[in-house]
Design a protein. Structure first.
Length: 112
């Protein structure tokens, strides 16, 4: 399910409801050279890094972004954080949470 201004709107709530399980992503839209994805988080994701920046926007729940050699960043609904390229990180949640990711289309979920 993807959309652009030419094809109509996207319901983030419906996209979240359709996610098959933890750490599964769904592309919602492409904007120039970026993609907007939604993902369900549960537990701890493996440590990884990307060769590009990655924006996390907390949709619901609470997300702790653990960053190598830095203090963790806590995100609550409506808060965002950009993980700079090359920084090892992992999202961790105690209860299911959902996140919007804004990144390049070629960004690999488990990192480089």
């Amino acid at each position: 399910m993807t959309a652009s201004s030419a094809t109509g709107s996207v319901s983030i709530t419906a996209a979240i409801a359709a996610l098959p399980g933890p750490f599964q992503q769904r592309e919602l839209a492409r904007v120039d050279d970026t993609v907007v994805r939604v993902a369900q988080l549960a537990g701890a994701f493996p440590w990884h890094h990307h060769d590009e920046d990655e924006l996390f926007l907390c949709w619901d729940g609470t997300i702790r972004l653990e960053l190598a050699d830095r203090e963790p960043v806590i995100l609550r609904p409506g808060e965002l954080f950009v993980v700079p390229k090359g920084v090892r990180h992992r999202p961790v949640v105690d209860e299911v949470a959902h996140v919007l990711l804004i990144e390049r289309p070629e960004t690999v979920q488990f990192g480089n």
